[in-house]
Design a protein around this ligand. Structure first.
Ligand SMILES: O=C(O)CCC(=O)c1ccccc1C(=O)O
Ligand SMILES: [Mg+2]
Length: 377
C-alpha cells in the first residue's frame, strides 16, 4: 500500500439516550474518523476517544495532536506498507496513545482488505459468518426503570445483558433483574468503581450467578483483582487494565481474571487485539468484544474481530439503531430476532459510507498529504 493522503474528521453525534456509567453520563459522542487513501481505495477507521479523559487518558484533542504531529508523519516516512501488521512497529516510538494509533491502523486494515477484495474478517482469519450480540445498559434511576429496559432488550433478542453498576446501585438493581427474568445471561460492569474494601459486596453478589464482574477495581490494577478473584466464584473480566498482549499475559499469570474484554482502540489496533485473542485461546480464557458507543465504522471493525473463534461470549456489539437516529454507514448494522448479526461478505469493512450523514456530523476536518510533508522537510 502506498499511502499518499490521510484525512482526519471530527464528528459529533447525539445518542438516542443518555448513557450513564460509574464515571459519568454521555448524551452523545465526539470522536474522530480517519480516512487513509491508497491508490484505488479509501480505508476508514474510528478513533474511539471522548472529549473527557474519564474512561482513558486520551481525548479528542490528544488523539488529533498525536496523529497530526507524530503518527501520520511516521506513516508518510514509509515508502510502502506491505501488510497492516507493520503499523505497530511504525508507531512503536510513541508510547501509549493506543486509541490514536488504532484509528490509523484500523483504516489501513480496511484499505488492505479492500485491495485484496476480501472481507476484513476473512483477512484476519475469522471463520464465523454470524456473531452473537449482547447489550450494555447504563445505570438507571430505579429498579423499575432497569427491569423495564432489560425486558425491552430481551424482547429484541439480545443474548447477553450487561448492567453498569456503582456503589449504591449494584446488588439491589441486579437482584431485581434476576427476580424478574430468572436465569438470563447477566453480567455487571463497574468501570473501576470499587476497591478491595468492598470485598464483602462482591461476596454478597456471588450467589447472583453473574456471568462475570467486569473491571470491578482500579483501571490500572491487576494485583488487587487477583486477590478479589481468589475470594469469589464469579469470574472477573478485565477491560481498562489490559492495553497489550503483555498486560494480558501478566493478568493471566497472576490469576487476575478469567475472561478478557477486547477493545481494539484500548489495545492499539487489530494486530494487538488478535495477539490477545490468540494468547487467551491458548490459556482457555474466553474473550468478547467490548464497545465504546461507536459509530458504524468502529462497529464494523468490532464485528470483524468478533469473527475469530475464541470470541465465545456475546459482545457489546449492538446494532446501529440502538444508538443513532442515522448511522454513517449503509446499510446500517442490523440484528435478527435471535440476537445475531450476519457478517458482511463485501470487501473491507463491508459497508458503504453514508456520505451525506458523514458530512452532516462532521464538525472539522484536516487533510494531510505525503507530498506536502516531504516538501516541507
Ligand atoms: O454499547 C457499547 O458500545 C458499550 C458501552 C460500554 O459499556 C462502554 C461505553 C463507553 C466506555 C466504556 C464502556 C465499557 O465497556 O466499559
Ligand atoms: Mg467496560
Amino acid at each position: 500500500m502506498k499511502i499518499e493522503k490521510v484525512v482526519l474528521r471530527k464528528l459529533k453525534m447525539d445518542l438516542k439516550f443518555p448513557f450513564q456509567t460509574s464515571f459519568g453520563t454521555s448524551e452523545g459522542r465526539e470522536f474522530l474518523i480517519t480516512e487513509v487513501y491508497g491508490e484505488n481505495h479509501i480505508g476508514y477507521g474510528e478513533c474511539v476517544v471522548d472529549t473527557k479523559p474519564f474512561y482513558s487518558e486520551e481525548t479528542v484533542q490528544t488523539a488529533w495532536h498525536m496523529m497530526k504531529d507524530f503518527l501520520i508523519p511516521f506513516l508518510f516516512q514509509k515508502e510502502e506498507i506491505l501488510h497492516p501488521n507493520e503499523v505497530r512497529d511504525i508507531f512503536r516510538q510513541v508510547r501509549r496513545h493506543n486509541m490514536a494509533k488504532s484509528a490509523l491502523e484500523g483504516a489501513i486494515w480496511d484499505l488492505y482488505a479492500k485491495e485484496q477484495g476480501k472481507p476484513l474478517a476473512e483477512v484476519i482469519g475469522g471463520e464465523k459468518k454470524q456473531i452473537s450480540v449482547g447489550v450494555s445498559i447504563g445505570i438507571q434511576k430505579t429498579k423499575e426503570d432497569l427491569v423495564e429496559i432489560v425486558g425491552k432488550y430481551l424482547e429484541q433478542g439480545f443474548q447477553k445483558i450487561k448492567i453498569k453498576i456503582k456503589p449504591g446501585k449494584d446488588i439491589e438493581m441486579l437482584q431485581a433483574v434476576r427476580d424478574q427474568f430468572g436465569d438470563i445471561p447477566l453480567m455487571a460492569d463497574a468501570n473501576s468503581a470499587y476497591t478491595l474494601d468492598d470485598i464483602h459486596l462482591f461476596k454478597q453478589m456471588d450467589p447472583l450467578h453473574l456471568m462475570m464482574f467486569e473491571q470491578p477495581l482500579a483501571h490500572d490494577d491487576i494485583i488487587d483483582h487477583a486477590k478479589l478473584q481468589e475470594a469469589i466464584k464469579t469470574p472477573i473480566c478485565l477491560d481498562e487494565s489490559i492495553h497489550s498482549v503483555e498486560d494480558a499475559r501478566k493478568a493471566i499469570e497472576l490469576g487476575s481474571c478469567k475472561i478478557i474484554n477486547i477493545k481494539i482502540g484500548r489495545v492499539g489496533g487489530i494486530a494487538e487485539a488478535i495477539k490477545i485473542h490468540d494468547l487467551c485461546k491458548e490459556n482457555q480464557i474466553p474473550v468478547w468484544c467490548g464497545g465504546m458507543l461507536e459509530s458504524g465504522i468502529g462497529r464494523a471493525h468490532n464485528l470483524a474481530i468478533t469473527s475469530l473463534d475464541n470470541f465465545t461470549i456475546p459482545g457489546d456489539t449492538a446494532p446501529s439503531a440502538r444508538y443513532w437516529e442515522e448511522d454513517i454507514i449503509q446499510p446500517e448494522i442490523e440484528m435478527n430476532e435471535n440476537g445475531e448479526i450476519e457478517l458482511s461478505a463485501k470487501p473491507g469493512l463491508g459497508y458503504e459510507i453514508n456520505q451525506g450523514a458523514l458530512e452532516r456530523y462532521t464538525v472539522s476536518t484536516e487533510t494531510f498529504l505525503k507530498s506536502k510533508l516531504q516538501a516541507e522537510k
